[in-house]
Design a protein around this ligand. Structure first.
Ligand code: ZN
Ligand code: ZN
Length: 412
C-alpha cells in the first residue's frame, strides 16, 4: 500500500487575496495576513486541478480522477479484517489517458476547481462505486470470501483533474509532452465535456451564526466552538449547524479533550438494550448486577480518525465502560482535539464495533447479516484524557492512545 499523504492546495485568501497553501484536510482557513478565518464548505466533495505548465498554452482538456482515502472493514469467518485504502483512478474509462494520477499529487500543488477555472472539463461519468469495484477486481486481494459485512468508514472522496491537450496525439499539459500514439479522428467528439465548472466550494466567514463572534477550532476540525455564547457548530455542505455537546471532565490537570460520538440506536436481531445485555453479549468477566438493567446501552464511536486497528480498539474500550457522568457545562478552555470523523461515518462503524466484541465469534459473525442497527440519538461528547510524554491516557477507562499514532493520523 502506498504511504498515505495529504494534498497541498494553493489558494488565495477570499478576504485579502494573500496567497496560502492549504492541506487537503483543512476545513478552517486562517489567513496569516488579514487574520480573517473562513470555513471551507464543499457542496459534496472537493474538486482540484493541477495547473498546466507555463509553456502549454493550448486549449486544455481536464481529465477527472477519483481520489479515495478511507478504511475498509470486512467481517470474515476468521474475524475482522481492515485496511487503509488510498488510491486514485479514472473517473472516465479511457485507454488513452493515464490510469491514475500517480505520484504527481504528492509532488505538485493543486488548485480548487472554480467557475473561473479555464479549460474544458471532462464529465466524471464513471461513478465512484463502480470505479472502486474495478479497483477491487484489479487487486483482488481485498475480498476474501465469504464476507459477512463490509463497509468503508471515514472515507474522503475528491476529484482531481489533470490537464491534457489534443493535437495529432494526446499531450500531457504538465509535462508538455505527447503521451499517446496517433489518435483516432473521432477522439474529441467521443469525449463528453461538462458545462463550465460550478461553484462547488464556498468560503464563509468563521463567525458564530448566533452571536457573531469568532469561532475557534483547529484547521482540520469539522466542529468549531463559540466561547462567547457557549455553542458548537458542525460544518456541512449547507452551512454551519448547531450541535449538542457534553463533557466527561478529568480529575487531573494537563487534559486534552478527545471527541466521541455517543450513539443510541434501535438494534434488532440481538438483545442489546442495557448494560447487562452488553455484559452478556460481550461475555465480560463481571457478575451482572440488578441495576444494570436500568442503564441504557449506547455505542461509543470515535469522532476523529486513527488507523483502523486503533479505531476498533478505542471504540470498544469506551463502549465497555458505558460512561454515565456527562456534564453539559460551559465549553472548556482546555485543548479540544479536532473532530475529523462526521457522525454519519461513525454511525456506519457500529456493526463493526459490535462484531469486534460479540462472543462467541463464529456464531455471531454468521448472524451479523440479520442484525440491524439504526442510530436514533447522537451526542458529541468530549472526554478528558491526561497528556504525558508519549501518550494520552484515561486511567479509569483503561485507554491509552499513542501521541505519535495520533499525529500520523492527521493525513488519513
Ligand atoms: Zn487574508
Ligand atoms: Zn456565539
Amino acid at each position: 500500500m502506498v504511504r498515505n499523504f495529504n494534498l497541498v492546495i494553493e489558494h488565495q485568501c477570499p478576504q485579502c487575496g494573500a496567497p496560502a497553501d492549504l492541506k487537503e484536510t483543512d476545513r478552517l482557513f486562517v489567513c496569516e495576513y488579514c487574520r480573517v478565518n473562513s470555513c471551507l464548505l464543499p457542496r459534496d466533495y472537493f474538486r482540484y486541478l493541477f495547473p498546466k505548465s507555463v509553456s502549454a498554452k493550448k486549449n486544455l482538456l481536464f481529465f477527472p480522477y477519483w481520489r479515495f482515502k478511507g478504511m475498509l472493514f470486512s467481517c470474515l469467518p476468521t474475524g475482522i479484517e481492515h485496511r487503509f485504502i488510498d488510491l486514485s483512478c479514472q473517473a472516465v474509462e479511457s485507454a488513452y489517458f493515464p490510469t491514475s494520477v500517480g505520484l504527481r499529487s504528492q509532488a505538485l500543488k493543486l488548485q480548487f476547481v472554480s467557475p473561473e477555472s479555464e479549460g474544458r472539463f471532462l464529465q466524471p461519468v464513471l461513478p465512484l462505486r463502480k470505479a472502486l469495484r474495478i479497483y477491487e477486481k484489479r487487486f483482488n486481494t481485498m475480498m476474501s470470501n465469504p464476507t459477512f459485512h463490509k463497509v468503508f468508514i471515514g472515507e474522503t472522496i475528491s476529484l482531481i483533474y489533470s490537464p491534457f491537450y489534443v493535437g495529432s496525439k494526446l499531450y500531457d499539459g504538465i509535462l508538455d509532452k505527447p503521451i499517446s500514439s496517433i489518435l483516432p479522428s473521432n477522439f474529441e467528439t467521443s469525449l463528453s465535456t461538462e458545462k463550465r465548472p460550478g461553484q462547488y466550494l464556498r468560503f464563509i466567514p468563521a463567525l458564530c451564526p448566533d452571536c457573531g463572534w469568532d469561532l475557534n477550532g483547529r484547521a482540520e476540525s469539522i466542529v468549531l466552538n463559540c466561547l462567547n455564547c457557549n455553542s458548537m457548530w458542525l460544518s456541512t455542505g449547507n452551512g454551519l449547524k448547531k450541535l449538542k455537546f457534553g463533557y466527561i471532565p478529568g480529575k487531573e490537570s494537563n487534559n486534552v479533550y478527545l471527541p466521541f460520538w455517543r450513539i443510541n440506536a434501535d438494534i434488532t436481531g440481538i438483545k442489546l438494550q442495557t448494560y447487562s445485555d452488553l455484559v452478556k453479549v460481550a461475555n465480560l468477566p463481571k457478575a451482572v448486577q440488578k441495576n444494570w438493567n436500568d442503564i441504557e446501552f449506547n455505542f461509543w464511536a470515535l469522532a476523529f480518525k486513527v488507523r483502523p486497528q486503533n479505531f476498533v480498539r478505542i471504540a470498544q474500550q469506551i463502549t465497555f465502560k458505558q460512561p454515565q457522568e456527562i456534564s453539559f457545562s460551559k465549553i472548556s478552555h482546555a485543548d479540544h482535539y479536532p473532530v475529523t470523523l462526521p457522525m454519519e461515518e461513525a454511525a456506519q462503524s457500529l456493526k463493526i464495533s459490535l462484531a469486534s466484541f460479540m462472543k462467541p465469534k463464529d456464531f455471531i459473525l454468521s448472524e451479523l447479516q440479520n442484525i440491524k442497527i439504526r442510530p436514533k440519538k447522537i451526542l458529541l461528547v468530549y472526554i478528558a484524557f491526561q497528556e504525558n510524554h508519549h501518550e494520552l491516557i484515561h486511567s479509569e477507562f483503561h485507554v491509552s492512545i499513542n501521541k505519535n499514532m495520533l499525529s500520523l493520523a492527521g493525513n488519513l
